[in-house]
Design a protein around this ligand. Structure first.
Ligand code: DAH
Length: 358
């Protein structure tokens, strides 16, 4: 047997005995790679006589072809075997139920939803957003709002006080969003038209009170503002919020130190079992306080009440949520009970807009 024949036989035997792709590649490089045994024979051709070159060249080429074919066949076999092995172990059971999309699992808390709904409505009416801190000065929370030191309204607010500072001043957890009125009037010039949603704090807890709750403050200051504007804005708001053409509202004369005259607005509702249903005049739920900004408040922020007037209102966000979506106990809002949130929460992608619906 010639040397060439032995080489061919050995290579083909090695190829057939190989059981993995890496080893097969090594054989390929060793035979027909740049420095491989067959390639070396080819490069020797140049030194031969023409006749010999022809016959030997043809013979080497035949060997190369046979080896290449064997390499390809074995490679395909090994690849198929590897694929079959993977298919065997990575089998998927397509009849298993699908895991729920996280977007469908998550929920928006009803308070966040109602907060968004309310701000969307007032934004549409041309109100700008304003903000203030949770920790407020006594002046902003009370004094400048025409609630002086010994005023009984301070007791009504069940205030959480911070320790008194050395200079006698003290801070409070804001008991309402009304101090944002003061902050806005002190930092911006009229005309003003703002809303300020946020958390407020009072030391109080029962079925309709929680120590932390949410309000949205509204303030309009201009030179020709009157009670009729206030009533219209609140009626528009309620109609849009409850998505009805007519709303049953009751304006009841009231008292707030920072407004004169003052009113409270009640919404009619009925109770079906434990559930609160909007509409009717069976029961009334107070949802907001409002009035014309007191001249003393305007003076306290350096505005001339002879030139400017305005109206203000404070809405309880949590109360509105119970009324619109029928949740019986305010405290369950903050119990962090996932089952409750699944039931009363909103789809993440359900962003309230006036056009798209609230
Ligand atoms: N700040 C009041 C409260 O928390 C609510 C309120 C009443 C706000 C009348 C107002 C208003 O802006 O005009 O009880």
């Amino acid at each position: 047997m010639s040397e060439l024949e032995t080489l061919e036989k050995d290579l083909i035997k090695a190829i057939k005995n190989t059981n993995d792709l890496g080893a097969l590649e090594e054989i390929r490089v060793g035979a027909i790679g740049k420095k491989g045994s067959i390639s070396a024979l080819m490069s020797g051709l140049g030194k031969m006589e023409p006749e010999q070159r022809k016959t030997f060249g043809q013979a080497v080429n035949k060997v190369k072809q046979a080896v290449t074919e064997n390499l390809e066949t074995r490679k395909a076999e090994l690849e198929r075997a590897a694929l079959n092995k993977r298919l065997e172990t990575e089998r998927e059971d397509v009849t298993l139920p699908m895991r729920e999309n996280p977007v469908n699992q998550g929920r928006i808390h009803p308070i966040s939803q109602v907060w968004e709904e309310i701000t969307e409505i007032f934004a549409d009416l041309g109100f700008k957003m304003a903000e203030g801190p949770h920790i407020e000065t006594d002046e902003n929370n009370f004094t400048k709002l025409n609630i002086p030191a010994e005023h009984p309204a301070r007791q009504e607010h069940d205030t959480f006080y911070f320790a008194e500072k050395q200079d006698g001043s003290r801070r409070v957890l804001r008991t309402h969003t009304s101090p944002v009125q003061i902050r806005t009037m002190e930092s911006e010039k009229p005309p003003l038209r703002i809303i300020a949603p946020g958390r407020v704090f009072r030391s109080d807890s029962d079925q309709t009170h929680t120590p932390m709750f949410h309000q949205i403050e509204g303030l309009v200051i201009d030179q020709e503002t009157h009670m009729g504007h206030l009533k219209w804005v609140l009626e528009e708001f309620c109609k849009t919020f409850f998505e009805v053409d007519e709303v049953i509202m009751r304006f009841r004369a009231s008292h707030f130190p920072f407004t004169e005259p003052s009113a409270e607005v009640d919404i009619g509702y009925s109770k079906v079992g434990e559930e609160v249903r909007f509409g009717g005049d069976e029961n009334w739920m107070e949802i907001l306080g409002c009035g014309m900004v007191h001249p003393n408040v305007l003076r306290n922020v350096g505005l001339d009440p002879e030139i400017y007037q305005g109206f203000a209102f404070g809405i309880g966000i949590d109360r509105l949520a119970t009324l619109k979506y029928g949740m019986p106990d305010l405290r369950s809002f903050f119990a962090s009970d996932l089952r409750w949130l699944k039931h009363y929460g909103f789809n993440v992608l359900n962003v309230p807009t006036i056009q798209g619906g609230l």
